[in-house]
Write a protein that binds this ligand. Sequence first.
Ligand code: GDP
Length: 479
Amino acid sequence: ETIVVQELANRMAERVADVVKALMKMGVMATMNQTIDADTAELVIEEFGHKVVRVSDSDVEQVIEQVEDKPEDLQPRPPIITIMGHVDHGKTSLLDAIRKTSVVSGEAGGITQHIGAYQVTTESGAVLSFLDTPGHAAFTSMRARGANVTDIVVLVVAADDSVMPQTIEAINHARAAKVPMIVAINKCDKPDADANKVRTELLQHEVVVEAMSGEVQDVEVSAITGKGLDELLEAIALQAEILELQANPDRSAMGAVIEAKLDIGRGPVATVLVQHGTLKRGDIFVVGEQWGKVRALINDKGERVDQAGPSVPVEVLGLNGTPEAGDVLNVVETEAQAREIADYRHQAAKDKRAAAGAATTLEQLMAKAKADESVAELPVLVKADVQGSAEAIVQALEKVGNEEVRVRVLHSGVGAITDSDVGLAEASGAPIIGFNVRANSSARNSANQKGVELRYYSIIYDLVDDVKAAASGLLSNEI
Ligand code: GDP
C-alpha cells in the first residue's frame, strides 16, 4: 500500500514542497511524483499534526487524513437526515410539511429558501438538518464521492400502498452506508391506510419496527394533515441523541457540497453542509477541483451570515468555478495552497478520465482481495426479471466463498438496471449482475462513466459459475 507524495499533500491540504521537506528531515528522499509506503505516510501525516484514518470500504483502501480533535474540543452537533422511499410515497410532501412546521413555530426569517438542505427546531428544542433532495441518487452519488453526510435515514412508506422495490432499495442503501433508519408510515389520513400491513411487510426485509418489538422507530404520519410530524421529529431527535453526534466547531472548516450551480447574477454557488469546524467569511478554501475565498454565506432562510458551524447548510459565494455535489470543501491557509491543490486535482481527474476503461471489474476486485487480506468480501448487485430468479441467485451467491472471500449481495431487485443501481454499485465498488435484464440507456452511460461493471446472464448456472471462478481467482480477464 503506497501513496504518491503529491496525493498525500493534496489530501492533507498541505503544500507538496513542505511534504517533501518533511520527508527529507526523516531521511526519505522523494520527489512529488514518487510513492512512499503507508508507514512513512503515516509519520508524515502525524508530523503535520493530522490524524490517520484508514478507510477500508470493500475495494477502496485509502489513507485519508483528518485533523485530530481532542475529546474536550468536541461539541454536540445536529443530525443530518435524508428522506428515502418509493416514488409517490410522499418524500417531497413530507419534506415540505416538515419545513412548514418550523415556519409555523415562528422561526426567524419565515419562508425558507431552497438551497438543498434546511434546519428545523423541534418542540423540545433539538435542531435537525434535512437534506432537501429526496431520493436515492443523491445519497449514493454523494457516498460514491466519499461524502458520508447522512446520519439518519427516514424511510417513507405509504400506508395505502406496500413495501415497493424502491423501499427495499432504500433499506439496502441505508444498510450499505451503516446509517440507522426511522420508518415514517405516511398517508395515514387515507381511509384505506393500513399501517400494520406496512409493518408486517417490513418484517420480511428484516426491518423490525418498535411496534413489532424491534429496534427501528416507526411513526404514523400524514404529510397532508400534519399528523404525527412532531412525533417523527422527536423520534429523529432521540435517534440522534443515541448516536452522540459530535464535531469540533473550533477549527478550520471541512464540509461537503450538496448542491452547486452557476448562477447568472452571483456566479458559481455551492451549498455546503459543514461537517467539521466553522466556515467563515473570508476563508480560503479548496473544493474538489475548484478553489475560492468566501465572499458571502447565505443560510436556508435566505439571510446573510458571517459563519456556519457543524451540520449547518449554507450557500457559499466566491468560488472560481462550479464544484460537484459530493465534493469536499477544505479551508486552507493561503491562496497559493488552494490553487496548487485545485490544479493538482484537476490534472489528476483529467488523467483519470484519460485512463477511463480502467473499470473495477470482478477480476480486479478479486485480485485486490487476494493482495489485500482486509478485503474479504466481494460486493455485488443483482437485478433479475422475476422475483423468483432474484431470490434463487441471491441464495446461490451467498453460498459461494471460501475462507479468503465471501460474496455479499448489496441489493437485489426485479427490473432493468437503473441509475440508482449504478450509484449504489459505484459507492461500494461492486459489479452489477443482470439476469435476463439489461441496463437502461441512462444507467449504461453512467456505468461507463463511473467504471461500474455490468454483466449479463440468462443461465443461473453460468452466473454462479463465473462468480465462483472469480472467487477462486481462476477467471481470466477475458470473458
Ligand atoms: P414522492 O414521489 O415520494 O416525493 O411523493 P410526493 O411527495 O410527490 O407525493 C405523491 C403524492 O401523494 C402527491 O399527490 C401527494 O399529494 C400525495 N401525498 C403525499 N403525502 C400524503 C399524505 O400524507 N396523505 C395523502 N392523502 N396524500 C399524500
